[in-house]
Design a protein around this ligand. Structure first.
Ligand SMILES: [Zn+2]
Length: 317
């Protein structure tokens, strides 16, 4: 394996970026035992193991967060196989990435999962990855050698200092959060001025997005075979069987239930997401992840602003 970028950064440099998420502006000290970080203010102790610092206290978590941890821990091993549809996003990301210089930049990828953003971004960026699921972080670290730090943390309480990162990326994350506004406040806090924020793959609240979702639902109810790729659906059922260890139709129902429970927000109006006094919006785009006949029809009727998903690129003022 190639040398990890992290080897070139001193531990001290990294630790200067980290702060206790529970008591603001506190200083963390590396404990005499190397595998712990101690908060000097609230005296909480956090474990640091294999490049991941664990800031989550599993007790007293909101239900949607506990469910997200549970399901994503279970799903981690098969995530890349199940979410193949996100490959459609791949091209989109790569097209955008070419326009920005990531070389030597420190990028915080929030809700990183198995590292879909890292797979598609410049390999010479240094990534800090954040997720609430330990298994996702472990898989991600195994796959990528440009991760400088893993944070098992809550995006509504980011354990990093103010203005500490050059870029922040989120792919398919905000709709899982019970309080996205709080996460966005945290994002604003840790991003450097002139830093770039990418928000990818969020459900769009727009009349066209609504029409699309309603018609798609109706088509699935009245024409169950409408689903474009029946084989693909069967494969997902097989993975569901592996995750839950039960017969695949039952497992598939469980999976749908978890998908519902882990989704905290139905959709967003991208125009209302980032306040103009905080960000300069560089680009907002609606798009479809699927490429069905129906999507093409929608694109034909509404060539601009058509889509059930959106991305935003913004610069912190
Ligand atoms: Zn503390």
């Amino acid at each position: 394996m190639e040398k990890r970028v992290v080897d070139e950064i001193t531990k001290k440099e990294l630790m200067n970026m980290v702060r206790c998420p529970y008591c603001e502006d506190s200083i963390l000290a590396v404990s005499s035992k190397e595998s712990f970080l101690d908060c000097r203010q609230c005296e909480r102790r956090f474990t640091s193991k294999d490049g991941i610092i664990d800031f989550i206290e599993d007790k007293d978590l909101k239900e949607v967060k506990s469910v997200n941890i549970k399901y994503h821990d279970m799903e981690a091993e098969y995530y890349d196989n199940i979410h193949m549809h996100m490959q459609a996003d791949s091209k989109l990301y790569q097209g955008l990435v070419e326009r920005f210089d990531f070389g030597g930049k420190t990028v915080l990828d929030i809700g990183t999962g198995t590292g879909f953003v890292l797979d598609n971004f410049h390999k010479d960026a240094r990534f800090i990855i954040l997720d609430i699921s330990a298994n996702m972080l472990k898989r991600n670290l195994k796959k990528h050698n440009n991760v400088i730090l893993g944070l098992r943390a809550d995006s509504e309480q980011i354990p990093l200092m103010n203005s500490s990162v050059d870029m922040i990326t989120l792919s398919s994350v905000l709709h899982h959060l019970p309080d996205p506004a709080k996460a966005l406040d945290e994002i604003y806090r840790v991003l450097k001025p002139k830093g770039i924020l990418f928000i990818f793959h969020e459900p769009a609240e727009s009349p066209r997005g609504m029409i699309y979702r309603v018609v798609r639902k109706a088509l699935r109810i009245f024409f169950p075979k409408y689903k474009k790729d029946v084989k693909r659906e069967e494969k997902i059922k097989d993975y569901a069987g592996k995750i839950f260890g039960v017969e695949k139709d039952e497992a598939s129902k469980k999976m749908e239930e978890y998908n519902r429970k882990t989704t905290a927000q139905e959709s967003f109006d991208p125009k209302k997401l980032l306040p103009v006094e905080k960000y300069l919006i560089k680009e907002t785009k609606y798009y479809y992840t699927s490429d069905t006949f129906f999507c093409r029809l929608m694109l034909f009727i509404f060539p601009k602003k058509s889509g059930d998903q959106f991305y935003i690129i913004a610069e912190k003022k």
